[in-house]
Design a protein. Structure first.
Length: 178
């Protein structure tokens, strides 16, 4: 397999960056969800009324799970940002392969839009999350939550395009990235 994209399809570097991103985002979601279940920031818990800091994502004295997961959550955010930067540099330095011939013009537009939205959110979500975790106020909470909504909407469209074509007996898009 060639390292760079070309007429043969996506290259090894593009595929590796794609699936590394998938793994990091999935891990981040699992850790973030586990933190919110244990009293960390998430799902509307906010700062907490007792002034203890519980609900900030920083964990309280008796909030061992959030305390131990927060550094993992932060490290994953930094890793996602680093991979997003690598993806942008790689994307600029190597051409995309030609469109799959079976894609309609509308599907090409959906693919382009979702790629741009997903990549943008790989910067917005971790950056606003880091500011929220390291800062003392919740000024960016609305942006952070809205970015999640945009990300999951774009992801649903992206997966719908890829899987929908596969279910119709034309799994060309999935094969191109595997």
């Amino acid at each position: 397999m060639k390292a760079r994209n070309g007429s043969h399809g996506y290259g090894l570097v593009t595929r590796t960056l794609h699936w590394l991103t998938v793994a990091l985002v999935l891990a981040q979601f699992v850790v973030g969800y586990a933190m919110s279940d244990e009293g960390g920031r998430g799902r509307g818990r906010g700062r907490g009324g007792d002034g203890s800091g519980r609900g900030r994502g920083r964990g309280g004295d008796d909030d061992f799970s959030s305390l131990t997961l927060l550094p993992v959550h932060v490290a994953l955010a930094i890793a996602i940002l680093a991979v997003a930067i690598l993806r942008v540099f790689w994307r600029v330095s190597t051409p995309l392969p030609p469109w799959a011939e079976s894609l309609t013009h509308a599907e090409q537009r959906v693919a382009t839009l979702t790629e741009r939205l997903l990549l943008t959110m790989l910067f917005v979500i971790p950056a606003t999350g880091l500011v929220l975790v390291l800062g003392e106020d919740d000024d960016l909470l609305g942006v952070h939550v809205a970015a999640h909504l945009v990300f999951f909407t774009a992801l649903a469209l992206h997966l719908g395009l890829v899987l929908g074509r596969g279910l119709r007996g034309r799994p060309v898009l999935l094969r191109r990235m595997l």
